[in-house]
Structure formats: C-alpha cells, structure tokens
Design a protein around this ligand. Structure first.
Ligand code: NAP
Length: 258
C-alpha cells in the first residue's frame, strides 16, 4: 500500500461544497476519505476521486455520533495508516424564527454544526499529535461572522466553530498542527435550494426570489460556487499555507469583510 500520498478526511463529502473540496484535494494528489451521513452520495464522490487516480474510501458517518466518528477514524487508519488533513464540512441549516424553533431542532443544529466539529477534531487530533503534523479546516459560514434573521441557531453554531478554531489553533500549534476556518457566503448548493424555499414561504417570495435578494447584497454580484470555496480550502490544505493558523477566511464575494 503506497503511504507517500497525504490522506484527507472530508465530512459531508457526498455533495455540494464537501464534494467539491474532496475533488480539489484529489487534484492536489491527496487520497480522500469521503465521509457522509448518506453512503450512496459518499460512494459517488469516492468513485470520482478514484477516476482521478487517487485512492478513496466512502464511509457512512453522522458527525454528531461519537461511535460513528471513532469508526471513521479507525477505518481510515486501517486503510491508510495516518491522517494528514481533516475538513469538517458536514452541516445542516434550519430556517425558522426563534420562537418557532423547537428545542430538538436547536439541539440538532448544535449537535451537527458544532459538536460534530469537536468530535471529529478531537479524534483526529490524537493521531495528528502523534504524527507531529497535520491541518484541520473547519467550514463555518458568513453566519459565523454576522447573525441573520431566521438563522439565529445556525449562527450560534457557526460563531462557535470560529471560537473553537481559534482555541484549537493555539492548543495544537506546538504539535505543528494548523487549524483554520473558511466562511462561505451564499453558495449555490442543495442547502441553498432548501433555504430559498423556506425563506420564500416566510417572506411570501416566489421560488428563487429569496436567493436573488441575497445576491443583491454581494459586491461581486453573483452567488459563490462550491468550487470557489473548495479552491480556498485546497490552498489552506496545501504546502503553500504553512504560516496561517486560527484564521476564519471569508469566501463571500465581499458580502462580509471582517
Ligand atoms: P449540502 O449540499 O446540504 O451538503 C451537506 C452534506 O453533508 C450532505 O451530503 C449531507 O447529507 C451531509 N450531512 C448532513 N448532516 C450530516 C451529518 N450529521 N453527518 C455527516 N454528514 C451530514 O450543504 P453545502 O451547501 O454543501 O454545505 C456544506 C457546509 O458549508 C455546511 O457546513 C454548511 O453549513 C456550510 N455553508 C454552506 C453555505 C451555502 O450557501 N451553501 C454557506 C455557508 C456555509 P444529506 O444531504 O443526506 O443530509
């Protein structure tokens, strides 16, 4: 088994931004473990990675479930022997006024979007500490920098991801492990299709109109693509980014500038 390639795990790698990240990492020559709650979509991404000449493994794992994450890390070690990159991308959004958001929905948002980042980072960091090198990249959001109506729970989780990123970056720097966050803005994925429908219902807007209204706030006048985000993640994952840690980088077309 060749062990000279770098090994990356991407959570939520079955579709959208996670799929694009997985493919960009493979284009850098990395072998990619595609983890997702949906095994079929993880397998589809893994097949695309293999067609690029890299090794891949599709794993079904819910990031909010510690047993699943232990298994994900064990299977990765069994197949590849090490872990060089972790991209905590899996996430969900619930669009609701806070007075309607059920306690279970709040818990699910925090469990997936924040606890998931903690669980995966904790279990992978143990391995990276032994290796004395590694990189963790957390996908936060523009909602991690700026709260928005109907997204308060999501914003709480995504702000949390940035705080966690900063703390972990300081803690792991002594082991040569770099930890950064990427904050996408409005990205045209299935997640935004759902958000557009939910916001449309709330605001009485026709299909596609909520999405358009958000785009009007973007200085670059277009939605982002999953590839726009993946390219920044691939840069952070590459040897070109060796002196950056604890950062939260906006990929928002200028919508957020702090
Ligand atoms: P997406 O199209 O919904 O893809 C997310 C992927 O994660 C799906 O394959 C999904 O599977 C999977 N997933 C959901 N819950 C999971 C769990 N508990 N464990 C493991 N996998 C899970 O979303 P996206 O737009 O690519 O978003 C990716 C990340 O970027 C998320 O963290 C999101 O918050 C963040 N983000 C997105 C945008 C945007 O505009 N799209 C903006 C800012 C930040 P299922 O489809 O089967 O549920």
């Amino acid at each position: 088994m060749p062990l000279n390639n770098q090994i990356a795990i991407v959570t939520g790698g079955g579709q959208g931004i996670g799929e694009a990240i997985s493919i960009h990492l493979a284009k850098q020559g990395k072998d990619v473990v595609v983890s997702d709650i949906n095994l079929d979509s993880a397998r589809k991404t893994a097949a695309k990675i293999k067609s690029l000449g890299c090794q891949s493994l599709a794993i079904k794992a819910d990031v909010s479930n510690s047993r699943d994450i232990e298994k994900m890390v064990d299977l990765t070690r069994e197949k590849f022997g090490r872990i060089d990159r972790l991209v905590n991308n899996a996430g969900i959004v619930i669009v609701k006024p806070i007075v309607e958001l059920e306690e279970e929905e709040w818990d699910r948002l925090i469990d997936v979007d924040l606890k998931g980042v903690f669980l995966c980072s904790k279990m992978v960091a143990r391995i990276m500490i032994n290796q004395k090198r590694g990189k963790i990249i957390n996908i936060s959001s523009s909602s991690g920098k700026m709260g928005t109506e109907f997204f308060a729970g999501y914003a709480a989780a995504k702000f949390g991801v940035i705080g966690f990123t900063q703390g972990l970056a300081k803690e792991l720097a002594r082991y040569n492990i770099l930890v950064n966050a990427v904050c996408p803005g409005i990205i045209g994925t299935k997640m935004w299709e759902m958000v557009d429908g939910e916001l449309g219902k709330r605001l009485g807007l026709a299909k596609g109109r909520a999405f358009q209204k958000e785009i009007e706030k973007i200085p670059l006048s277009r939605a982002g693509t999953a590839e726009d985000v993946a390219r920044v993640v691939a840069f952070l994952a590459s040897s070109e980014a060796e002196y950056m840690t604890g950062q939260a980088i906006n990929v928002t077309g200028g919508m957020v500038m702090h």
